[in-house]
Design a protein around this ligand. Structure first.
Ligand code: NAI
Ligand code: ENO
Length: 308
């Protein structure tokens, strides 16, 4: 243990990411004290029962008082309202961060409401599961996973960025920095569009009248099972991701449908070479991921958790 990075951390929204951050900070003594706030009384009660946060507050204002780091851990669409609620109560010199899956829209929604005497350092841990709520988190979630720091602008305080990077590294992550627009395009390719495709495939299975639900359950092969895991992710969170990363999502979906039509045509016309070449190219991507040591399976911690 190397001592706390922050004296008082406030977590706003107590779901998968906030609870994992709390356990990861506890594991290595990274915060002197952690306060938490969630909108629903039920979530706050659950948090108190399981010892999530040193102190669970009944208002966001109370949670952020005297905090030198405040992390917004709510769905992307709720970031603006939460910021308005906490802005008058922030300590001068504090750092405000977030963990939203989309960065440009969050920067535009949060930034204008913050007083000029706090630092705004957005971040995005590339780690998660399909679970949500206060009981779903676990200390190991961020181990060996990337966390992208996405400074709001070029004037962002370098010390504030370095300190937040130190926290994420000590919570187990590998840290990189990235521009917000580029982040949203990259994450659309690697996370947002794949989630949408998984939602669609499971929806198609559900909609097929000639295949029963029981058959889908009994005979689902590994690929479809992976889709169902992803398609079980929180509806509010993912609604907000797509509504707030519209441009990149529409661009990537356009490309996706073009490729899908080309594969459809190859199947209809019996163009085996097209299919074979395509699948050879995609296999190389998978091999690249394995060679780079990026194939980190989601551990089975917290799998019995339910939604708050
Ligand atoms: N779930 C995942 O795999 C990942 C999620 N993220 C991002 O992290 C953020 C939090 O996600 P999770 O922890 O998974 O969500 P979650 O659903 O587990 O928790 C969200 C929390 O925010 C609270 N909340 C919702 N609306 C609110 C509002 N209007 N005002 C105040 N509190 C509100 C909920 O009650 C809950 O405590 C999201 O922005 C998401 O995009 C980032 C990386 C991975
Ligand atoms: O569970 C999965 O497969 C994920 O992809 C988790 C995830 C979801 C959203 C993010 O912004 C980052 C990671």
């Amino acid at each position: 243990m190397s001592g706390p990075v922050y004296n008082r951390v406030a977590l706003i929204g107590l779901g998968l990411i906030a609870s994992s951050m709390f356990w990861a900070m506890k594991r290595s003594g990274l915060a002197g004290e952690v306060t938490g706030y969630a909108r629903s009384a039920e979530t706050r009660d659950t948090a108190r029962e399981i010892g999530l946060c040193d102190h669970v507050c009944d208002s966001a204002a109370e949670a952020v008082k005297d905090a030198d780091l405040i992390v917004l851990c709510v769905p992307v669409g709720a970031m603006e309202q939460v910021t308005k609620d906490i802005a008058p109560h922030l300590m001068a010199g504090a750092t405000v961060s977030d963990v939203g899956s989309v960065k440009r829209a969050v920067i535009d929604a949060v930034g204008p409401h913050l007083p000029s005497n706090v630092h705004f350092v957005p971040a995005h841990p590339l780690a998660g599961t399909e679970r949500s709520g206060p009981t779903s988190g676990f200390a190991e979630l961020f181990d060996n996973r990337w966390c992208l720091i996405v400074p709001a602008d070029e004037n962002t305080d370098a010390d504030a960025v370095a300190k937040l990077s130190e926290l994420w590294e000590k919570m187990g992550s590998k840290v990189d920095t990235m521009d917000a627009d580029h982040h949203d395009l990259v994450l659309c390719v690697t996370s947002h569009a794949p989630h949408l495709i998984a939602y669609t495939m499971v929806g198609v299975a559900d909609d097929l009248q000639r295949v029963s639900e029981q058959e889908v359950i009994n005979y689902s092969a590994t690929g479809f099972r992976d889709f169902t895991r992803i398609a079980a992710s929180d509806p509010t969170m993912w609604r907000d991701v797509f509504l707030n990363n519209k441009e990149a999502t529409l661009e990537i979906l356009g490309r996706f449908t073009e490729e899908l039509f080309a594969l459809q045509r190859a199947i209809r016309t019996g163009d085996g070479d097209h299919l074979h070449d395509y699948f050879t190219r995609t296999r190389a991507i998978r091999r690249g991921i394995l060679e780079a040591g990026q194939d980190v399976d989601v551990p089975n911690f917290g799998r019995n958790a339910t939604k708050d």
